[in-house]
Structure formats: structure tokens, C-alpha cells
Design a protein around this ligand. Structure first.
Ligand SMILES: [Zn+2]
Length: 251
């Protein structure tokens, strides 16, 4: 199985190498460690270059915008062979600690960069559907390798709109929470656009909720997707792994 979105650079993981070394034992054939600022993007790229089965993304998260010069450090990483996407980028109106006009400007500058670097995009979207939708609608035809809505938590209606534009939709631990009521959204995505992720170390799925999250726990997300779609977990594992490989261009 593949964890299509985690953060090995988080201080919780003390460098992430312990997790990487237990990947085979945990049944993980690959994982994608996602950058969210200049430092973590460079560190993700370093881990990917060093270890088989580890892939990286580079980008500036909307809540981590410190200086627009950071773009000059992040974007060149996209030329490295195992840096497979630009992200995570987007809008975050939940924390709202970076002015919204700055978030939008940096987001669109990075979407533009995805076109020049010819890479797929990982989108972070939190409490901002009203602004996110028109931006993506105006950009998606220009994006050469498509995009994924990471940790999707909006309605089934919105999932259907995104699917119409060909976006991948990725689900994380919250789908396993009691009262999550995410079944309709999970069923709104066709097999070929569905991804599973942990977003670890955050959002630990049931039955480990309350503990630290790990990439291997993508198993519980896959099981939940299988349950909601009334298919078996092995098939769901195969589908989500194939999709992650296709989306990120992983062999
Ligand atoms: Zn993330």
C-alpha cells in the first residue's frame, strides 16, 4: 500500500528514518512526504533522494507563508527526479493567520509554477470553499498534470463538482471517526480518482485516535473506503496504490 500524503519532517518523527526503515515490515511500498515551507520541502527532497520508496513534494502551505522569497528556494526542488509534485499549497481560512489576499496571491503564483515545471499539484483547502472553487475552476485546464484535493472534508456535492473537472480526491483519518458521515462524499468519487493518505502525524484514524499517527495507519483509511464503497480492502488497496502511482508519476 501507499501513503499518498504524510509529513516525515515533523519533529515528532525525529528525522523520519525510523519510519522509513520499517516500511517493508509495515507493508508500505511507497510514501509521499509533503513539504509545506522552504525548510521542510528541502528536507523532504533530501529523504527522497536517499531512500527507495520515498517521494517528496515541495511547496508553501498557506499558513506558512513567511516571505515570498521562499518561492526561490522551493521551486528549484521541483526539478529533482523524486520530487513528484508541487504542494501542499492552497488556502486556509480556519487559522486565518496570513491575510487572505496574500494567501491567494502566493497560491496562484505556485499554480503558475506548476505549469512551468510540468508537475501535479497537492491542494490544501480548509474553510475556504467559496474562494477555492472559482480559483481552481479558472486554473484547472492549464495545469498539465492535474491536482488532488488533499484530506477532502467538504460535501458530496462539491466532491462531484471536483470530479467533473478531473481532480483526484484524497481521504484521510477523519473518515474513520464516529459520526464522520463522509460516506456520500466517499461514494461520489469514481475508483480512478480516489486516493488514501494519513496526513500523519496529524489526524490519527480510529482505532488509534488520540495517539500519534503513522504512515502505516493508511491501512485504516483504506479499510474505511472499502467499507463505504462495499468492496473488499485488498481491491481498495490496489486501486488507491495504482492511483497514487499514476497521479505522482511513481513507477
Ligand atoms: Zn498535509
Amino acid at each position: 500500500m501507499i501513503d499518498s500524503h504524510c509529513h516525515l519532517t515533523d519533529p515528532f518523527y525525529c528525522g523520519g528514518e525510523q519510519i522509513i526503515k520499517s516500511m517493508a515490515k509495515d507493508g508500505l511500498e511507497a510514501l509521499v512526504t509533503v513539504g509545506y515551507d522552504a525548510e521542510t520541502s528541502a528536507e523532504c527532497a533530501r529523504l527522497a533522494a536517499k531512500y527507495d520508496g520515498v517521494y517528496a513534494t515541495a511547496g508553501i502551505h498557506p499558513s506558512e507563508i513567511k516571505s515570498e522569497n521562499d518561492m526561490d528556494k522551493v521551486l528549484p526542488l521541483l526539478s529533482l527526479p523524486k520530487v513528484v509534485a508541487l504542494g501542499e499549497i492552497g488556502l486556509d481560512y480556519h487559522w486565518d493567520d496570513v491575510p487572505r489576499d496574500v494567501q491567494k496571491r502566493v497560491f496562484e503564483m505556485q499554480l503558475d509554477a506548476a505549469c512551468s515545471y510540468n508537475v501535479p499539484v497537492v491542494i490544501h483547502s480548509r474553510d475556504c470553499d467559496g474562494d477555492m472553487f472559482p480559483i481552481l475552476k479558472s486554473w484547472y485546464r492549464r495545469l498539465p498534470k492535474g491536482l488532488v484535493m488533499h484530506c477532502f472534508s467538504s460535501s458530496a456535492e462539491l466532491a462531484r463538482e471536483y470530479v467533473k473537472m478531473g481532480f483526484y480526491v484524497s481521504f484521510a483519518g477523519p473518515v474513520t471517526f464516529r459520526n464522520a458521515k463522509r460516506g456520500d462524499a466517499i461514494r461520489a468519487v469514481p475508483d480512478e480518482l480516489l486516493l488514501a493518505e494519513t496526513d500523519s502525524p496529524y489526524l490519527t484514524p480510529v482505532p488509534h485516535r488520540g495517539e500519534r499517527n503513522y504512515p502505516a495507519f493508511v491501512r485504516y483509511v483504506i479499510d474505511k473506503l472499502a467499507e463505504e464503497r462495499q468492496t473488499d480492502p485488498e481491491k481498495m488497496e490496489h486501486i488507491t496504490s495504482e492511483n497514487a502511482r499514476r497521479f505522482y508519476g511513481i513507477k
